[in-house]
Design a protein around this ligand. Sequence first.
Ligand code: GSH
Ligand code: FES
Length: 105
Amino acid sequence: MSDVQQRIDDLVKSNRVVLFMKGTAQFPQCGFSGRAVQILKSCGVNDLKTFNVLEDEGVRQGIKEYANWPTIPQLYVNGEFVGGSDIMMEMYQAGELQQVLGTQA
Ligand SMILES: N[C@@H](CCC(=O)N[C@@H](CS)C(=O)NCC(=O)O)C(=O)O
Ligand code: FES
């Protein structure tokens, strides 16, 4: 594994919920990333870890290889890739994201 792939692997395995995004949870710098944060808030996630890919070009490119997914945002839960913002929205509306996150009522 390359250095970048190793760093990404460490991040997603040492944090339960990780969102690779553009900007921060407080100041998203792209609508897709902002939507992902809003969905996670709606699910009641209280242990969200975000990584701003705009501050790390290596991770911005490396994350696309890591899960073989071409875009940002990317959500990982329990070390596993869940999806981008479209998939998150579909899963949220179906009640599935809350299940994956363990926040369902
Ligand atoms: N349909 C995508 C939208 C995300 C998207 O299109 N992201 C683009 C624009 S922010 C992207 O990551 N482009 C590659 C890059 O900026 O490195 C989703 O479900 O998340
Ligand atoms: S930064 Fe332009 S669409 Fe995300």
